[in-house]
Design a protein around this ligand. Structure first.
Ligand code: NAD
Length: 448
């Protein structure tokens, strides 16, 4: 099938490359000339394990093409996948400006192809508030007039950054919302190679498909805020959240996924998708008490963690002139995505109280340098980062932070203080090693 991806970000690029892998002829369009230039040289603009090799293979096989040219991208495509960003605006509503621009571009090209063109399926893959896919249809229809044939569909994406290829190639499920059965058949053909593992393709109405994505993300966000709330109770009452989660999660009805206490969720999806549910509720007069609580708990979690740091240093003035080191700057491991990363909120707070920040992340440093400028100095390895630091913050649970050489760490630091936002270390061991050790949902440890 001839397919076009609109936007070559985390979703558009992975989707395009994976569709090319199963033999489709894929064009990836973007408005960012630097990204397209990199892609044409087979340089992957994002960090995603396994993606570069797959890009290279499909590009060489002639199944993958990158362009800035809208006409070239849209005119021959049978299906067009809109994969542009849908960030929150300053009030928390979903900002549809990239969706609008993509819809207008598509409309202007298909209008010129006339009424006898083969009808295209215009697919919204971005996460959008319920009703947006029909809004896109109506926006395009208003530009092209009544005679140009096309239909719209919604095909939410569930990949996780860091595991995106495996998630896309072997999805738990594929969800598609269509206007007619013909479009449903096209999706069955397209996704057939991906669901040979027996996992289902659910073809449904468009609003339900749009809602599946929000219901899924909001539920996962709820689990994270829930376990963080339990962690805070554990701290107040002398319990250990690690023991509590073991006891709780071995119940099959509860399960282990997304029940790790920490600094709260970040990234480009959960924060904005939770907010979008709240906004959808407000618009429709539906109370969204759970979504509101999940969002509020998440925002508070970073502040509560920062309060521990402030308290350790004897109050707000105590951080002035201190050096704080950060291990991990991306919002989670195995990605270079720093959108809504808890680490960056903590850096901003620490700098606001007069501290100097040093940081290391295995793959996100280029993005951090672009976003944060001189706010934080970046270093090439974990010990160099910790050099002279009065405290170390573990802000992302990359595997390489899990068993450091603690003696070496202590020898380069100015103070032996660790604030572990990911509960990576054993409390008793940290005390024996002579660290002040603070974590989440567990009692602090003083040097023994
Ligand atoms: P992104 O910001 O990484 O990429 C978006 C890309 O679209 C950018 O490269 C941008 O230049 C391009 N673009 C913007 N306007 C364009 C236009 N008119 N024509 C062509 N290209 C255009 O975004 P992302 O993280 O890939 O997310 C895309 C959507 O997918 C969002 O709605 C997001 O919520 C959803 N989603 C993201 C993930 C994830 O893990 N990142 C997972 C599932 C769903």
């Amino acid at each position: 099938m001839k397919l076009t991806m609109v936007g070559t970000g985390y979703v558009g690029l992975v989707t395009g490359v994976c569709f090319a892998e199963t033999g489709n002829d894929v064009t990836c369009l973007d408005v960012d000339a630097r990204k397209i230039e990199k892609l044409k040289q087979n340089i992957c603009p994002i960090y995603e394990p396994g993606l570069t090799e797959m890009m290279e293979r499909n590009f060489k096989a002639g199944r993958l093409n990158y362009t800035l040219d809208k006409e070239e991208a849209y005119k021959d495509a049978e299906m067009i996948f809109i994969c542009v960003g849908t960030p929150s605006d300053e009030k928390g509503h979903t900002d549809l400006k990239y969706i609008d621009a993509a819809a207008d571009d598509i409309a202007s090209v298909i209008k010129t192809l006339g009424p006898n063109q083969t009808p295209k399926v215009i697919v919204v893959k971005s996460t959008v508030p319920v009703g947006t896919t029909f809004y896109v249809r109506d926006r395009i229809r208003a530009i092209v007039g009544p005679d140009i044939p096309f239909s719209v569909a919604d095909n939410p994406e569930f990949l996780k950054e860091g595991d995106a290829i495996i998630d896309f190639m072997k999805p738990d499920r594929v969800v598609v919302g269509v206007e007619n059965e013909e479009a449903g058949e096209k999706f069955r053909d397209l996704y057939d190679p991906f669901v040979r593992n027996g996992h289902p393709i659910y073809i449904m109405d468009v609003p339900s498909a749009e809602m599946v994505k929000y219901a899924s993300n909001n539920f996962l966000a709820t689990k994270i805020s829930f376990i963080n709330e339990m962690a805070n109770l554990c701290e107040a009452y002398g319990a250990d959240i690690n023991r509590v989660r073991e006891g709780m999660c071995s119940d099959k009805r509860v399960g282990h996924h997304f029940l790790y206490p920490g600094l709260g969720y970040g990234g480009s999806c959960f924060p904005k998708d939770t907010l979008a549910c709240i906004m959808m509720g407000d618009k429709a007069g539906v109370t969204t008490q759970i979504s509101n609580a999940v969002h509020g708990t998440n925002q508070r979690q970073r502040n509560l963690f920062f309060k521990k740091i402030v308290k350790h240093f004897g109050g707000e003035m105590g951080l002035n002139g201190k050096t704080i080191a950060f291990w991990g700057l991306a919002f989670k491991p195995r990605t270079d995505d720093i959108r809504e990363a808890p680490a960056l909120s903590l850096v901003r707070m620490a700098v606001g109280y007069g501290a100097t920040c040093r940081g290391f992340d295995p793959v996100a440093m280029e993005n951090v340098a672009a976003e944060m400028g001189n706010t934080i100095s970046l270093h090439d390895d974990i010990y160099e980062t910790a050099k002279g630091a009065d405290a170390l913050i573990i802000s992302t649970d990359w595997d390489e932070f899990k068993t450091p050489d603690f003696e070496k760490l202590a020898s380069v630091m100015n103070g032996k203080v660790i604030f572990d936002g990911r509960n990576l270390y054993r409390r008793q061991q940290m005390g024996q090693l002579g660290f002040h050790y603070y974590s989440v949902g567990r009692q602090p440890v003083m040097p023994s």
